[in-house]
Design a protein around this ligand. Structure first.
Ligand code: GLA
Ligand code: GLA
Length: 680
């Protein structure tokens, strides 16, 4: 789908060969029109073939309530088309113009403590505002009608990063919509009272109108109210996405619709696995947060995006050529990182590489954010790297449209568990769900073992080893599914604080982890979270931090792989594994961190018969990812280190990369090589 966008019937150059898409957010409204021609010329020089246009141009397109100005966009669309560059046209609804918020301040979001989120930045709109919806859809309709037959148009880009700034709105509109949503979920007030456990603290509701979003409260707000509000808030934005999409599909049924997700560190509010079915192809934005695991996190996010996309190719809609502007300190990318970061996304299934943004702004809040054409102009290292990447992506055209080859290890990442396990009034406030999952991923990278990051919507049953870190919320059907997985010979690994609650955040009683007690063959009477700085040595792994459990083994098939050496539970089991038929279920009761997991994982991998596919000496230095089609496998080999790495014995046709004089594949620091092998 993505690789053939450029050859859509209206396509810009009529070339039907699948290709990787290369481009950027293009914001011509920030520049005088003399610059536009130069933009198109430089885009061609860089190998750009598709840009996203109009994302923040509502105020320009509709200067007042009753006036429209499309002339400038007509000209931009024509110029791009003449230059052979396709357009992913934004619906421009992301940032409502001042005339609208002045006339209708009731579209502005409200925080939990009742403050209005005023205009002045962007995305200052309530997802549930009927007034906003009416104005937004009018704009979408105008745009769709005007550009339906424009030859440059190949895709629609709904809004922008829905929920980036407006995921939680506590306004009266939100309260009304929340009640409707709750009625649909719980049917009756009794159902809601039960689900929310309102017998506690005299919270029983006798009328739907009494129910509010979790606004500023005197103490911990009801946990299930909080959880349902998270679910509702994600659904409210999904509803907006559907509303815009429906207008687009009505007017241009043949033009695919997407919206850019934010699967990356620091983003949690949008349940993307649930949104993915609403669009024609998945797009993602990714920005690395500097730190020791930053590129592992990039790989993890790209991998998870592929899982969300159901394994189909996806569109990297935004990332940065160099520094961003929104961190406390914004460090530029080092030599090689621009290409390495881009190709890591391609390795994990991206068929499009796009940046925010084309030309670095001279004014506004993002003027220090890097771009493809920096302030220095095209005579710059950044633009040379951009052009180099354009050439590499052309060389990788055969990869376009191929699928990822599934790994044998899956890491289960679950939004409900994520939302629930990090709520307040828990045994510890230090738990970081995404970090725990990332640590497992990093440990597998360090061992040179490929893993897929997946959600419960993916085919979990295909994995020989399924790691479900902190799978806190396990509704009964999921418990049954996991038990069947093990019955059928699968090897399940789970951790502390898993299987503790059901879908309403009610404890599974009788000893933890209630949903998995039988499967794991253990029973936990009490959690033993650790204080900051505390750690507990284990006799077969570790040390552990953050968490311990008071575990009793309850089944003869449960073996103890490691015990606590000191502390309140000294001598008791810390890591267990129960064998069931050909399968097994292991439990890790503490946080081992990357190095602890690197120590423990070989045992777990061996049980499942999984080994690294990389030559011994480069395990940990190189990340491998594989894409394939009927005839070929495409091996992506990513140098994770800052030094050169040699890979003896790797064969195949080199699409990008180089060999030394002995014919050995060598990766420069941070370099990515791609080899084509026959798919036998
Ligand atoms: C997000 C937005 C862009 C831009 C970038 C900057 O991804 O979608 O408009 O603000 O962040 O990193
Ligand atoms: C106070 C309150 C109780 C309970 C406990 C919990 O004592 O009176 O209702 O909340 O704190 O520690």
């Amino acid at each position: 789908m993505i690789s053939t966008l450029l050859s859509r019937p209206h396509g810009p150059d009529g070339d039907p060969t699948p290709r990787l898409v290369y481009g950027a957010d293009y914001n011509p409204e920030q520049w005088p029109r003399e610059v536009w021609k130069d933009d198109v010329r430089l885009m061609r020089e860089a190998g750009v073939n598709l840009v996203s246009v109009g994302i923040f141009s509502w105020a320009r397109l509709q200067p007042t309530r009753y006036t429209w100005d499309f002339a400038w966009l007509d000209e931009v669309m024509d110029l791009l088309h003449a230059g052979g560059i396709a357009v992913d046209l934004a619906t421009a609804t992301a940032s409502p113009p001042p005339w609208l918020t002045t006339a209708h301040p009731e579209i502005l979001p409200v925080t939990a403590s009742g403050e209005t989120v005023w205009p002045g930045a962007r995305q200052h709109w309530r997802p549930t505002s009927p007034v906003f919806r009416t104005h937004a859809l009018a704009l979408v309709r105008k745009l769709a009608e005007r550009y339906a037959d424009h030859p440059a148009l190949v895709a629609w880009h709904v809004s922008n990063e829905l929920g980036c700034h407006n995921i939680y709105d506590h306004s009266d509109d939100a309260a009304r919509a929340f009640r409707d949503w709750l009625r649909a979920r719980h049917t009756t007030l009794d159902g809601l009272n039960h689900a929310w456990g309102t017998a506690f603290w005299s919270q029983r509701y006798s009328d739907w109108d009494q129910i509010l979003p979790p606004r500023l409260a005197a103490s911990h707000p009801n946990p299930t109210q909080q959880l349902d509000f998270k679910r509702f808030s994600s659904d409210a934005l999904k509803d907006h996405l559907r509303a815009e999409r429906d207008v687009l599909r009505e007017i241009t049924p043949d033009v695919p619709v997407t919206t850019n997700f934010m699967v990356m560190g620091g983003t949690k509010g949008m349940n993307y696995p649930d949104w993915a079915a609403e669009i024609d192809f998945v797009s993602n934005d990714h920005y690395a947060h500097p730190g020791p695991q930053d590129r592992d996190e990039l790989s993890f996010s790209a991998n998870l995006t592929s899982g969300i996309a159901g394994g189909r190719p996806w569109f990297l809609m935004e990332h940065s050529t160099s520094a961003v502007n929104w961190q406390p300190v914004n460090v530029p990318k080092r030599h090689g990182e621009l290409a390495r970061d881009s190709l890591l996304h391609v390795a994990h299934g991206a068929d499009a590489v796009s940046f925010f943004q084309w030309r670095q702004s001279a004014a506004g809040a993002e003027k220090y954010h890097s771009a493809m054409v920096p302030h220095a102009g095209p005579d710059s290292d950044v633009f040379r790297a951009v052009t180099g990447l354009g050439q590499t992506l052309r060389a990788l055209a055969p990869v376009a449209g191929t699928e990822r080859e599934p790994a044998r290890v899956g890491i289960l990442f679950d939004w409900d568990s994520w939302w629930a396990c990090e709520q307040d009034s828990h045994p510890t406030s230090r738990l970081d769900y995404r970090q725990e999952a990332l640590d497992w991923y990093s440990a597998l990278l360090a061992l040179g073992v490929r893993a897929d990051v997946v959600t419960t919507r993916n085919d979990l049953e295909r994995y020989d080893l399924l790691i479900a870190p902190v799978l806190h919320m396990i509704p009964a059907p999921l418990a049954t599914r996991l038990t069947r997985y093990v019955d059928d010979g699968g090897h399940l690994v789970t951790t502390y604080f898993s299987g503790v609650v059901d879908e309403n955040d009610h404890i599974w009683l009788g000893g933890h982890p209630g949903a998995l007690r039988e499967l794991l063959g253990i029973r936990i009477e009490e959690f033993g979270p650790l204080l900051d700085g505390e750690s507990v040595p284990l006799d077969g792994a570790g040390p552990g931090t953050l968490w311990t459990d008071r575990i009793t083994v309850t089944d003869p098939e449960t073996e103890v792989l490691a015990r606590y050496e000191t502390g309140a539970y000294a001598g008791r089991p810390a890591v267990t594994r129960r064998t069931q038929g050909r399968g097994s279920a292991a439990y890790i009761s503490t946080r081992l961190g990357v190095s602890g997991l690197v120590g423990l994982l070989p045992k777990l991998l061996a049980t499942a018969g999984v080994e690294s596919e990389l030559p011994g000496p480069v395990r940990g230095s190189v990340e491998q990812a594989v894409r394939r089609d009927a005839g070929s496998r495409y091996l992506f080999l990513v140098n994770r280190t800052d030094g050169p790495v040699s890979l003896p014995g790797v064969t195949g046709e080199i699409l990008t990369g180089r060999t030394d004089t002995q014919g050995v594949l060598v990766l420069a620091p941070r370099e990515v090589a791609v080899l084509r092998q026959p798919n036998t």
